[in-house]
Every structure is written in structure tokens, then in C-alpha cells.
Design a protein around this ligand. Structure first.
Ligand code: NDP
Length: 444
């Protein structure tokens, strides 16, 4: 059995009941096989892969909070501190009913490689809770966030672990978490990113993941003699990543004709009017269905199905495993030629393989959505410098970082004889830096 196969078997045996973590580990390990085979003796004797797939630490805790009626609820809270070989842990917090240890381990594992790709000194982590902020009042969300941070504060810090937002954690939640950290510790430091602009947040952080995704898409298209202008685009989701991906794509001349949420999707053949969508999602915290009620000609469909709409380019920006093999085949037969992942692991393994094997230009999430964490890294830099850079400065650096990630993934794929396979390229490029750091730091 090869070293990679041995490690995958170990992952499944030692982490029972964690399908998302198994899926992420398999995808990464499979594409690292070429690198591992080339260094097998060295890595085996250092137990490198055994350490690479095992989080340094998982913190799990109780989060009690009181609703507006005075009833007490208890949620689960977690922080997975996966790997700190190239910098302090860094990665988002997710508040969603589907959160469990498996989901956070998959996200933390991916984060290690993603953060490495950005070129910034950030290790990988992820955390969150099975709390659902949807339908809760601001006061309830505040009490929950305060309770969550009352435990988490012991484990984080500007030079230790710097969480950020993710699904269900936006500016409001980060604000409440930051306030409670400061209150307990007395420290005014960059312990979280995605903060408000009046208290240490970075310009362009809100837009960063979506914009970065489209910069990466443009880069990939350019290298294949294609362009975004005039193309029809589908964007799944309607949260932070989806909205700013749609905005940047439209500003570069593409037409985004559909967006979705977990209830259904809306199709607007004239192109989604983002001012209306943003008002619904960001101000009213409403549903995409409201868009069809408001915009004549727009059609709302309940349930899944966004990938059945004909398009040139698909940008899955909602959640893991939202695009399966059937969807991938439908996209191709409808003429879709490029897919870039705004969400983390939105395509199933079968769908990913189909894209790669059928000549669809495919950029995986760990490269395509790294703009968010990259600008979080820039927020940390600004906090340390006690400075604020302009929007243009941050956006310019973001663009440079995305181009650099593209170059690294393309180069690694080419070096290992799988030119154009950005799944392998991104995994290899991210891994090489982490592996070198781990090998240099002894057995830790
Ligand atoms: P948001 O909470 O802002 O938005 C999430 C969107 O996805 C919402 O429209 C939501 O719909 C939809 N969604 C969530 N769960 C499901 C589901 N099970 N089925 C269908 N739709 C669903 O999160 P973000 O935009 O921040 O995150 C989206 C993805 O991007 C995640 O995979 C995240 O990990 C990834 N990502 C985010 C980064 C960031 O900077 N925010 C950085 C890198 C990656 P509904 O309102 O109905 O729940």
C-alpha cells in the first residue's frame, strides 16, 4: 500500500462518522500522490502525513444563551486549530445548523493549504457552532456571540489564532465577538478579521472573497484565450461571497442571470439587479424569492436546480456539495466551459473529476476563494501597523495575490505533468510550503 493510501485508511479509521473530512482528505491526498511518492522516505520517517492530517488541537465547548422570551438554549461551540507551521491559526467561524466536527475539520484542513497559497504567514483553523442566526433578533445574536467568546477568548489572540466570518457570521457577529473579547481580556488587538471599518476593519474585506474569485476567473480565462465580457454567469448562494462575485462579474461585462439561497433560486434573463438583491439580503435579511416578487419578469423556483439554467460560466458560492455529477453533466451539455468555486468544496468529488476530465476550466475553492483570507491577512497587517490602507490599495494587493496564486497552481501542475489541472496544482503548491516548514521545525 502506498504511503498516501495508508494515510487515507488511517483517516477513515481514526475519524469515524466524519464524511466531509474524509472527502476533503481524499481529494487532497490523491492529488499529492506525485509529490509524496517523490519524497516518500523522507516524509515517512518524519511521520509527516500522519501529522498533516491530524489537527494540532480541537476545542469543543458549551454555548448557553437566553432568547428574548427568557428561555435558555444550549449550542455546541468549536475551534479546530489545524496547523500552525507557517503562522498563527487563521480561518472563519461558521454559525449554521449543519456545523459539526467533521465539517469544521474539512474546512480547517482546506484552510491550511489555502492560507499557504496566499503567500502570507497564516496557519489554518476553523470554528463555529450549530447555532442558526436566521430568524433571531439582534439581541439574541449578541447574547449568543458573547457566550461563544466567553469560552473562545482563552484560545485566540492576535498572535495565536485569528478567526473571521464564514456562513452565518458577518459584520454584525464579528462586532459582537470582538466587543466581548475586548471586554474580557482588556486587549484592543487584531484578534478577529472582518471587523467594522470604525474599529480596525479593512476596506475591501467585505468584497474580497467575491472579487478575488472573479479576479482568479479572469486570470484563468486569460491564460486560455478567453474573456469574461459578454458571458452568461450563474452564481449560487446570495450571501457575502455570492453578492460580491456577482457585482464584480457584472462590472467586468458579464451577465449574472441567476442566484439562490437554501430555499430556491431566482432567474432574471435581463441580469440580476444587484442593488435590489443587496437590499433584500444585506438590509432586510430576506430571501431570494422576494426578488421575484419585486422585479417584473424574474422567475423564482423552489428547491435545487440552478445548474439547469444554460450558462457559459458557473460560480458555486453557497456551501459544500451543492453541485453533483448530474449537475456537472447538465452544465457541460448546456455549454458551460468554466467553473470557479467561491464556496468551499461546493462540487462533489465526482463532479470535480468530471470537470477536470472533460476539459472544463475548473478552479477549486482553495485557490479561487482565497481572496477573503488574503485580505484578512492584510487586515492583520494594518492592525499591527496601526494604519488603514485605501480601498484601491487593498484591492490592488488582492488582485496581485490572486494572480500569484494562479501562477503557483499552474506552475505546480505543470511541474508534475498535469498541466491545466488546477485541483492538483493548488494542492501541491499549498502543500510544498507547509511540508517544508513542518520538516524544518522538528517533530511537533
Ligand atoms: P453567507 O452566510 O453570507 O451566505 C451563504 C449563502 O449560501 C446563503 O445564500 C445561504 O442561503 C446559502 N446556503 C448556505 N447553506 C446552504 C445549503 N445547505 N444549501 C443551499 N444554500 C445554502 O456565507 P458566505 O457567503 O460567507 O459563504 C459561502 C461559502 O463561501 C461557504 O462555503 C464559505 O465557507 C465560503 N467562503 C467564504 C469566505 C468569506 O470570506 N465569507 C471566504 C472563503 C470561502 P440561506 O440564506 O438560505 O442559508
Amino acid at each position: 500500500m502506498s504511503y498516501v493510501e495508508e494515510i487515507y485508511e488511517r483517516v477513515t479509521l481514526q475519524n469515524p462518522g466524519e464524511p466531509e473530512f474524509h472527502q476533503a482528505a481524499k481529494e487532497v491526498l490523491d492529488s499529492l500522490k506525485l509529490v509524496i511518492d517523490a519524497n516518500e522516505e523522507k516524509y515517512r520517517s518524519a511521520g509527516l502525513l500522519e501529522r498533516f492530517v491530524e489537527p494540532e488541537r480541537i476545542i469543543s465547548f458549551r454555548v448557553p444563551w437566553m432568547d428574548d422570551q427568557g428561555k435558555v438554549h444550549v449550542n455546541k461551540g468549536y475551534r479546530v486549530q489545524f496547523n500552525s507551521s507557517i503562522g498563527p491559526y487563521k480561518g472563519g467561524l461558521r454559525f449554521h445548523p449543519s456545523v459539526n466536527q467533521s465539517v469544521l475539520k474539512f474546512l480547517g484542513f482546506e484552510q491550511v493549504l489555502k492560507n499557504s497559497l496566499t503567500g502570507l504567514p497564516m496557519g489554518g483553523g476553523k470554528g463555529g457552532s450549530n447555532f442558526d442566526p436566521k430568524g433571531k433578533s439582534d439581541a439574541e445574536v449578541m447574547r449568543f456571540c458573547q457566550s461563544f467568546m466567553t469560552e473562545l477568548y482563552r484560545h485566540v489572540g492576535a498572535n495565536v489564532d485569528v478567526p473571521a466570518g464564514d456562513i452565518g457570521v458577518g459584520g454584525r457577529e464579528v462586532g459582537y465577538l470582538f466587543g466581548q473579547y475586548k471586554r474580557i481580556t482588556g486587549l484592543y488587538e487584531g484578534v478577529l478579521t472582518g471587523k467594522g471599518l470604525t474599529f480596525g476593519g479593512s476596506l475591501a474585506r467585505t468584497e474580497a472573497t467575491g472579487y478575488g474569485l472573479v479576479y482568479m476567473l479572469e486570470e484563468m480565462l486569460k491564460h486560455h484565450g478567453k474573456e469574461l465580457e459578454g458571458k452568461t454567469v450563474l452564481v449560487s448562494g446570495s450571501g457575502n461571497v455570492a453578492i460580491y462575485a456577482a457585482q464584480k462579474a457584472q462590472s467586468l461585462g458579464a451577465k449574472v442571470v441567476a442566484m439562490s439561497d437554501s430555499n430556491g433560486y431566482v432567474y432574471d434573463k435581463d441580469g440580476i439587479k444587484l442593488d435590489i438583491m443587496k437590499e433584500i439580503k444585506e438590509v432586510r435579511r430576506g430571501r431570494v424569492k422576494d426578488y421575484a416578487d419585486q422585479v417584473p419578469g424574474a422567475v423564482y423556483t423552489e428547491g435545487k436546480g440552478i445548474w439547469t439554467i444554460p450558462c457559459d460560466i458557473a460560480l458555486p458560492c453557497a456551501t459544500q456539495n451543492e453541485l453533483n455529477l448530474e449537475d456537472a453533466k447538465t452544465l457541460k451539455s448546456n455549454g458551460c466551459f468554466a467553473v470557479a468555486e467561491g464556496a468551499n468544496m461546493p462540487s462533489t468529488r465526482e463532479a470535480t473529476d468530471f470537470f477536470v476530465e472533460n476539459g472544463i476550466l475548473f478552479m477549486p475553492g482553495k485557490a479561487a476563494n482565497a481572496g477573503g483570507v488574503a485580505v484578512s491577512g492584510l487586515e492583520q497587517s494594518q492592525n499591527s501597523l496601526r494604519l488603514s490602507w485605501t480601498f484601491e490599495e487593498v484591492d490592488g494587493r488582492l488582485k496581485g495575490i490572486m494572480a500569484d496564486i494562479y501562477a503557483k497552481a499552474a506552475d505546480a501542475a505543470e511541474r508534475y505533468g498535469v498541466k491545466g489541472n488546477y485541483v492538483a496544482g493548488a494542492n501541491i503548491a499549498g502543500f510544498e510550503k507547509v511540508a517544508t516548514a513542518m520538516m524544518s521545525q522538528g517533530i511537533v
